[in-house]
Design a protein around this ligand. Structure first.
Ligand code: ADP
Ligand code: BMX
Ligand code: ZN
Length: 291
């Protein structure tokens, strides 16, 4: 059977055809529309999947947001242009005529990464540092989604009680400090108005204020990882997302984590499946593959 896998992030939409052996073909990508109205997202998803959907027998969606009964509920609507709700499963079923299922993007990515070569431990946590900061937790070999879909939303744990207000309504969340959007929002002077990618490019060239923004994100992530270790006692933390995978970022996180007491140290790895972890995890959950 061929799965049409779709990954909906705050910055980009991706789709791919994935066979039962979990090989990706026909990968496509386009920007996420920044619109409060569901119509723009529906139209973008339609143009993304229409050229490839005839080859698929089912749809598996990994999406930003809390996924509850097939519907996307934003915890931080700012990441989706203010969009609060979106009927994911219903929309994709009506576009494609195929059965669809949906899961949170970081939860999906965690499930793919748990099956990556070299992960042999029963407990693993995946963190994406991307438009937002998301998480997926696997404990004793089981993906934790939570009764209401909220499990693993690590970006909304507290990093700084004096920090900026997060789009979720809470003050000082990890996401409000460490995410791509937060890095861009904190930029001042000649960096003001640049996105995180451009700020990373400046940091690579030695621009001190840009380096400080990146380091503040990496330090905040390291503190989150120490908390995650304390809560789960996991053996491995896998980091993905375009910020998480940016050159030099994870090594800075590792340096900050090394400054914490040894009991909080944990193996850190970059996502093996890079930018495809969400697509592969959703397809794996749809096929019910166990190995
Ligand atoms: P999504 O959130 O849609 O899953 P990404 O994982 O690509 O998408 O994350 C988007 C964020 O990552 C944006 O803030 C963008 O500026 C930033 N970004 C994209 N590419 C890079 C890069 N090479 N280095 C650092 N940041 C990047
Ligand atoms: C936000 C939240 C999470 C998501 C995380 C990473 C929304 C719309 N999304 O914390 O559900 O997993 O961002 O999302 O509230 P990404 O777009 O950065 O991949
Ligand atoms: Zn928050």
């Amino acid at each position: 059977m061929t799965t049409l896998a779709i990954d909906i992030g705050g910055t980009k939409l991706a789709a791919a055809l994935i066979d039962d052996d979990l090989q990706i073909r026909e990968r496509r990508e386009q920007p996420t529309p920044a619109s409060k109205t569901p119509d723009a997202l529906r139209a973008a998803l339609k143009s993304l999947v229409e050229p490839v959907m005839s080859a698929a027998q089912r749809v598996a969606i990994a999406s930003t947001g809390i996924i509850r009964e097939g519907t996307l509920l934003s915890i931080n609507p700012h990441n989706l242009g203010g969009l609060l709700h979106f009927p994911l499963v219903q929309t994709l079923e009506s576009i494609t005529g195929l059965p669809a299922m949906a899961v949170n993007d970081a939860q999906a990515a965690a499930w793919a990464e748990y099956h990556a070569p070299g992960i042999n431990a029963p407990d693993m946590v995946f963190i994406t540092v991307s438009t937002g900061v998301g998480g997926g937790v696997v404990l004793n070999g089981e993906l934790q989604t939570g009764a209401g879909g909220l499990a693993g939303h690590l970006g909304h744990t507290l990093a700084d009680p004096q920090g900026p207000i997060c789009g979720c309504g809470r003050r000082g969340c990890v996401e409000a400090i460490a995410s791509g959007r937060a890095i861009a929002a904190r930029a001042q002077g000649e960096l003001a108005g640049l996105d995180a990618k451009a700020i990373f490019d400046h940091a690579q060239r030695g621009h001190q204020p840009a380096r400080a923004l990146v380091a503040h994100s990496a330090q905040t992530l390291a503190r989150l990882i120490a908390d995650v270790k304390a809560v789960t006692d996991c053996q491995t933390v896998v980091v993905g997302g375009s910020v998480g995978l940016a050159e030099g970022y994870l090594s800075q996180v590792a340096e900050f984590l090394a400054q914490e007491p040894a009991v909080y140290h944990v193996e850190l790895r970059p996502a093996y499946y890079r930018h495809d972890a969400g697509l592969l995890g959703a397809a794996r959950l749809a096929t019910g593959a166990t190995s």
